[in-house]
Ligand binder design. Structure first.
Ligand SMILES: [Zn+2]
Length: 321
């Protein structure tokens, strides 16, 4: 199968070792490769580094190649703006994607606060259901603010993990139980076992992992459609990276790594950070006094859900809901 590489405004291919290279011909390999392409003006070197670091971390966690995906064709290239209307300017795609390509845009949305942006899968493979194309779009003012208070790297990694599939592929993978209910849970066996057996969470992860239900949060904390159902439960897991709130400390636990494996990726569980589930006394709620002690919690944006899927012949179809 031939491929025609269409150069975006900027392109960084990251390898597992973290070095950068130019566009490369998709190849038969054994590693998982994340490529970030900037749409519009590339952001500051600080922001670019946060993306580079997040991609490198994910390539340490996901260790196995997934099948190449031909996306678009010469006759019908795939328009990236169909993923997100803000992505105008990206060249239409007719390419074999080796693992994951992320189109990223950082520009002015509404200043500091309010809308931070959005991120998630745009296109998944029909076979296996894993992400081939993802989008990450952010407000430059908010990213600069996050950089100032030291949380930029954590937030970009959190959002890139949504692109990989944490929180965004749970439903399509059939492992989200009780969506929109107070008892919403994630039934992935590996994440459940990691929580219960490795992280001291046997009492909270009996059979499944609690997902965010917007309860037990500090009064006034926003918790909307994007936070619910798409994150581990904040009042249970607190400092874990994939809760819906970024505090001063955000830890990528073995539960999240195994949550990636539950989606169908091959992972290295030793790439996780040290973490244990907080004791029961801390799990009742996130109190106002506690919130005041810590840095203010940042509500992360609503993740995108996949809009398209591509089959083995490169045919792209819209996912009906
Ligand atoms: Zn999130």
């Amino acid at each position: 199968m031939t491929s025609r590489l269409l150069l975006p405004l900027a392109l960084v291919a990251l390898t597992a070792c973290g070095e950068t290279s130019g566009p490369s011909t998709p190849r038969s390999d054994t590693s998982y490769t994340v490529v970030v392409r900037w749409v519009g003006t590339a952001p500051s070197s600080t922001i670019q580094a946060a993306f580079t670091n997040a991609a490198s971390r994910i390539q340490q966690i996901v260790t196995g190649d997934i099948p190449d995906a031909q996306i678009g064709s010469g006759a019908t290239p795939f328009n990236i703006s169909d993923c997100n209307a803000s992505m105008t300017g990206a060249s239409p795609l007719n390419e074999v994607v080796d693992d994951l390509v992320i189109y990223a845009k950082v520009d002015s949305i509404d200043g500091v606060g309010n809308v931070l942006g959005s991120a998630g899968p745009c296109l998944t493979r029909t076979v296996g259901g894993l992400t081939g194309l993802g989008i990450m779009r952010f407000d430059s003012a908010d990213l600069n603010s996050l950089a100032t208070n030291g949380r930029l790297g954590d937030v970009i990694l959190h959002e890139m993990l949504h692109v990989v599939g944490i929180g965004t592929l749970w439903e399509s993978k059939g492992i989200l139980l009780g969506k929109d209910s107070a008892t919403v849970r994630v039934t992935g066996a590996l994440a459940t076992s990691a929580c219960a057996n490795d992280l001291g969470g046997a009492s909270v992860c009996s059979g499944s992992v609690p997902a965010e239900n917007c309860e037990n949060l500090t009064a006034g904390t926003s918790c909307g459609a994007g936070t619910r159902n798409a994150h581990w439960k904040e009042s249970t897991f607190r400092t874990e990276l994939m809760t819906g709130y970024a505090g001063a400390t955000n830890v990528l636990s073995r539960m999240t790594v195994q949550g990636i494996a539950d989606l169908g990726y091959t992972v290295n569980v030793n790439a996780a950070d040290a973490y244990t589930v907080p004791p029961a006394a801390l799990r009742a709620s996130v109190t106002a006094a506690e919130a005041a002690l810590a840095e203010p919690v940042v509500a992360l944006p609503e993740p995108e859900r996949p809009r398209f899927q591509v089959d083995g012949l490169g045919r792209v179809t819209r996912i009906r809901r």
